[in-house]
Design a protein around this ligand. Structure first.
Ligand SMILES: Nc1ncnc2c1ncn2[C@@H]1O[C@H](COP(=O)(O)OP(=O)(O)OP(=O)(O)O)[C@@H](O)[C@H]1O
Ligand SMILES: [Mg+2]
Length: 372
């Protein structure tokens, strides 16, 4: 079902800043939406308000065009899985999953059918007779998913449900959550502070910071077209290289960036934004995988020295020092450099990012949003 948040605000006592600061959001029917942001940005609070476990100070929440803001949690047809889920320790897996169905007095045959179907969906049908103390962390997490899903919620909320698991299991369960989503067609809202998890899972990513929504977009959009410096820095590992400097009009009508220790020609797509911008202070950025090592200096190249090399498998992350600045550069491991080597870093204009240093908004965003 479609979920709409309208001007949602939540302040907690003893806090100067709103936990959730008047957010607006539309999550479409059947979508897998991911709330992504650093610790304390308001993800859990947002989810708890949708579940009805927290009452907003103001604003409305609708599910399938029905205003549910004042409904009790049990009347919302919403299920939530928490980071630290709990089980009934004396019951076996089967009874843990069946429990919510007994509570609504479903008949035994229907319960049996539902439990087995859900267990199959999350690959625990061979564990139904086991005690919940006799299953692994990953299996227990699947029991929690199955238990939350048996009542066929219209919206399924998950608050960092994988964070207690080891890295391999996380990746595996991620795939299963994605499949569960596809098989059920239910609207999922998944919370994580792990940007890689968000990118692999989400149809739509909602990047939050300090109670505000920073950007809503596909994984592709938040990665390649971050609308501000926060999103640019938060999404992607290793992080984008970012430098503060000044933009000025060059003799050829194009713009140049004066950055600490070097100058670059800026691509024309920033020109409209730069002309409209108040002042000339910018933040320039380029991702480590967008920098190329070239044999000789050319336009938009800087020369540095390799200071550190980290192996990532098929690729290396090298850190190259250019004056005060350390650039992260991802290179093919077979073409990697040695510590102490001189290197020429080429910055492709098509892959540069540029932000207004004062507002931190993308200069592309700025030019698109403002009428000419
Ligand atoms: N019950 C509460 N009382 C007071 N302040 C709270 C309460 N719950 C959350 N907060 C504050 O509200 C803000 C948002 O918290 P929230 O739990 O939503 O963050 P989060 O994005 O889920 O973070 P994390 O990734 O650490 O789980 C934080 O500053 C937090 O300290
Ligand atoms: Mg949280």
């Amino acid at each position: 079902m479609k979920v709409v948040l309208n001007d949602l605000v939540k302040n907690f006592a003893n806090s100067e800043r709103a936990a959730v600061n008047r957010i607006n959001l539309v999550i479409d029917d059947g979508e897998l939406a991911v709330l992504l942001g650093p610790s304390g940005c308001g993800k859990t609070t947002t989810l708890r308000m949708i579940a009805g476990l927290e009452q907003p100070d103001s604003g409305r929440i609708t599910i399938a065009d029905r205003d549910i803001t004042d409904l009790a949690p049990k009347d919302r047809r919403v299920a939530m899985v928490f980071q630290n889920f709990s089980m009934y320790p004396t019951m076996n897996v089967y009874d843990n999953i069946a429990f919510p169905l007994h509570a609504i007095k479903m008949d035994r045959k229907a319960i049996d059918q539902t439990v087995r179907e859900m267990a199959r969906l999350v690959n625990i049908d061979h564990l139904l007779e086991r005690g919940v103390r006799q299953v692994s962390g990953g299996e227990a997490q699947r029991v929690a998913l199955a238990r939350a899903m048996v009542r066929r919620p219209e919206v399924f909320l998950m608050d960092e449900p994988l964070s207690n698991l080891d890295a391999k299991l996380r990746v595996q369960l991620r795939t299963e959550i994605k499949r569960l989503h596809q098989d059920t067609g239910t609207t999922f809202i998944f919370v994580t502070h792990d940007q890689e998890e968000a990118m692999t899972l989400g149809d739509k990513i909602i990047v939050m910071n300090q109670g505000d929504i920073q950007q809503v977009g596909t994984p592709h959009e938040v990665f390649f077209a971050p609308r501000n410096a926060f999103v640019a820095n938060f999404v992607g590992t290793p992080s984008m290289n970012m430098l503060r400097g000044r933009a000025r009009a060059g003799d050829d009508g194009g713009f140049r960036a004066e950055l600490p220790g070097f100058e670059l020609r800026l691509p024309d797509r920033f020109a409209a934004g730069l002309r409209r911008m108040r002042g000339d202070q910018v933040i320039w950025g380029i991702r480590p995988e967008a920098i190329r090592l070239v044999a000789a200096p050319a336009e938009n190249t800087v020369t540095g020295e390799v200071e550190l090399v980290e192996a990532l498998g098929s690729r290396d992350l090298i850190f190259a020092r250019v004056g005060e600045q350390l650039f992260g550069v991802i290179v093919d491991a077979l073409e990697s450099a040695q510590v102490g080597d001189t290197c020429h870093l080429h910055f492709d204009g098509a892959k540069m990012h540029l932000f207004n240093a004062e507002t931190e908004d993308s200069l592309l965003q700025f030019s698109a949003a403002e009428p000419a």
